[in-house]
Every structure is written in structure tokens, then in C-alpha cells.
Design a protein around this ligand. Structure first.
Ligand SMILES: [Zn+2]
Length: 356
């Protein structure tokens, strides 16, 4: 799936070499097979690091027969991944309430209303699974409160992988306990601007626009708070989800106005659902979560056919950033969400430091 691309200059040079080689080795009258040109592109990994065309390296504007060279614009690349988790957000509520900003994601992206979190459907264990791709037995965060003495997640997270490849990372959360997912040095910026989503969204939006980090996680507390206080699917809960939609709008509006939206893969999901005033994970309604992705190369208005796990969020983020996916990861990249057009993934950045 990963596509290597060459700069226009490199493509022209390689094409010339390719033609010379084919002319030299083919017998007269032989037809080159349709598949022959592919290795030329695949054999140019160095050129893949310099995809931007400039006036200095652009191909000639005309060809010898006088016809204009067709201008083929590069499709937008995924330059960054933004994962937004709305705590306790039930998919049946998202799909039935009038939520304009959520609609702008799922109607223009790929989505599942039947995604599932892990069996331990609590905030900390579930978010640890979402951001590492490992279930509780491996990641070790079995509790659901902030206990500094209990230490940190036991497996690498997607932030470890990004930082190891020199990418800036950030987390803006509403709950302090999520710090257990962030061993020291594994995230450049970890902020808890406030418990509710407005300040979280405002700070995250400002940071995204100013720094443009390749990997960001944002967490809204609001639906979970209303679910515990007033009951999941209650009027208060629905009002809270509507409020979260406005918080989501703060971020999406900032991405739109800054031009970042066109090159950002946005994944919106949740850590668990809920019923009555709780979520134990024993019932499926506690485990069902929304999973929505929108971004470059992502199918629009597409209902995902295959099963979706919160564990897949980590794998999909790594895949979209061009980062290696550990063989033991429990999740898988949801390649189904990408259109059949070649997806322009970024070149793999160098490994700067070993992943712990
Ligand atoms: Zn939660």
C-alpha cells in the first residue's frame, strides 16, 4: 500500500534511463510488458524524500512534438494524524442526533457504528489499548484512576514510535489519569487544560495550527460525565454530546481555516459506551463505540464493512504516518478505509532512537 514517489526531475531522468535500457535489451519488434515501468519507480527510494516540485526542478513545460506536458497535480498526502476520543460516546447517539461537526467527519469519511473497545471497557485501560494497539494483559494498565506510584504503560505507544522517528507529538486531555499512558519523554506536550472539552479543544486547536505536530491525541470528558450523572442516552447526556459537537467544531474549524484539514487524517472514536449510569463492559452497549476517519485518500461516505476494534486505531495511525507496525500488535491497519487510488503516504522517516 505504501507508495514511493519520485520528484518530477527524478521521474524524467529515470524514464530516460528506462527507455535507454529497454531499447538496448529488447529484440526488434518486442513489446515491453505493461508491468515493466513499475520497478523504475520502486527503485527510487531516495527521490521519494523530495516530492515537492519547484520551478527549478519542474519538468519541461512542453514535449518535443509541441504538445503541452499534462500537469498532474500531486494528491494530498497524509502529513499528520489527529485522534479525538470522546469519553463514553455511544455510536447510536452520534448517528441519530443532529451533530453538524460529527456529520462533517462521517459523511465525508469512512465510519463504523459497530466498532468495539476492549472487554475492560473503562477509560484508562481502553485508551491505553487505543493508543498502543495492545490489550490489557500486555499494556498492564488494569486500573482506572490516577495512581502515580503504579507507574506507566508497559508497551510502546504510537507516541513512542513517532518520537523515535523524530516526529513531534502532543496530547490534550480532560482526565489526569491518562498520564499513565505517557511515560516521561514519550510525548512532547502533555496538557490538561481543563476537565470539560471547551478549554481542551481551544488549546488543542491553537497548538495544532501553530506547531502542526504529526501526531496529536485529544480527549473530551463530557459525554462520560453526563452519562454517569444522568444516565447514558438521557436528555442531559444528549445535551452533553451536542456540546461536544461544538468542541469538535473548534478543532475542525481551526484545521479548515489553516488549510491543515486537507492533509490531516482525523480519527474520531471513544473509549466505551454505557448504559444506565455505568459501563462495565459486560454488555455490548458498553463496548460499542463510534469509529470515524476522514482525510487524504479516505473513502467518503463509506460505511466500513469489516470489524473495527479500538486496537486498530493505533495500527491505522502508524500505517498512515508510514511508521513500522510491531508484529505483536493486536490491532490491524484499517486499509479498507482508503480509496483504491494510490494513497500518498509520507516517506518513512529515519529511526532516531530505539523504541523502548
Ligand atoms: Zn471513559
Amino acid at each position: 500500500m505504501r507508495q514511493l514517489s519520485a520528484s518530477p526531475t527524478a521521474r524524467w531522468a529515470l524514464l530516460a534511463i528506462f527507455v535507454a535500457v529497454v531499447v538496448a535489451v529488447l529484440p526488434v519488434g518486442a513489446e515491453p510488458s505493461a508491468g515493466l515501468p513499475a520497478p523504475i519507480v520502486a527503485a527510487a527510494p531516495i527521490a521519494a524524500a523530495a516530492p515537492v516540485a519547484t520551478a527549478a526542478n519542474a519538468p519541461p513545460a512542453s514535449v518535443p512534438d509541441g504538445g503541452a506536458a499534462p500537469a498532474v497535480p500531486e494528491p494530498p498526502r497524509i502529513q499528520r494524524v489527529l485522534i479525538i476520543s470522546e469519553d463514553g460516546l455511544r455510536p447510536d447517539i452520534v448517528s441519530t442526533l443532529r451533530l453538524p461537526w460529527h456529520e462533517s467527519l462521517w459523511q465525508r469519511g469512512s465510519y463504523s457504528w459497530k466498532a468495539r473497545t476492549i472487554r475492560t471497557a473503562s477509560t484508562l485501560p481502553s485508551h491505553a489499548a487505543m493508543l498502543s494497539g495492545f490489550d490489557v494483559e500486555a499494556h498492564g494498565l488494569t486500573w482506572n484512576n490516577w495512581h502515580p506510584s503504579r507507574g506507566y504503560i508497559k508497551v510502546p505507544t504510537i507516541f513512542d514510535s513517532a518520537i523515535a522517528h523524530g516526529m513531534k507529538t502532543a496530547m490534550f486531555v480532560g482526565k489526569s489519569k491518562l498520564r499513565h499512558i505517557v511515560p516521561p519523554g514519550s510525548v512532547d506536550v502533555f496538557e490538561r487544560p481543563g476537565y470539560y472539552c471547551k478549554r481542551v479543544a481551544e488549546d488543542a486547536a491553537a497548538y495544532l495550527v501553530a506547531v502542526k505536530p504529526p501526531l496529536t491525541f485529544v480527549h473530551f470528558s463530557d459525554p462520560d460525565e453526563a452519562g454517569h450523572a444522568s444516565g447514558w442516552a438521557s436528555e442531559k447526556y444528549k445535551q452533553s454530546v451536542t456540546h461536544s459537537d461544538r468542541c469538535l467544531g473548534i478543532i475542525l474549524d481551526a484545521l479548515d481555516k489553516s488549510g491543515l484539514a486537507a492533509e490531516t487524517l482525523i480519527i474520531l472514536s471513544a473509549d466505551h459506551g454505557g448504559h444506565n449510569h455505568t459501563h462495565s463492559g459486560a454488555l455490548m452497549i458498553d463496548r460499542e463505540i463510534p469509529w470515524i476517519a476522514r482525510g487524504p485518500g479516505v473513502r467518503e461516505g463509506y460505511r466500513i464493512q469489516g470489524p473495527v476494534s479500538t486496537l486498530d486505531t493505533a495500527a491505522t495511525a502508524l500505517y498512515a504516518l508510514g511508521l513500522p507496525i510491531a508484529s505483536g500488535l493486536a490491532g490491524k491497519p484499517l486499509k479498507e478505509i482508503f480509496s483504491e487510488q494510490p494513497v500518498q503516504l509520507p516517506p518513512l522517516p529515519p529511526l532516531l532512537v530505539p523504541i523502548p
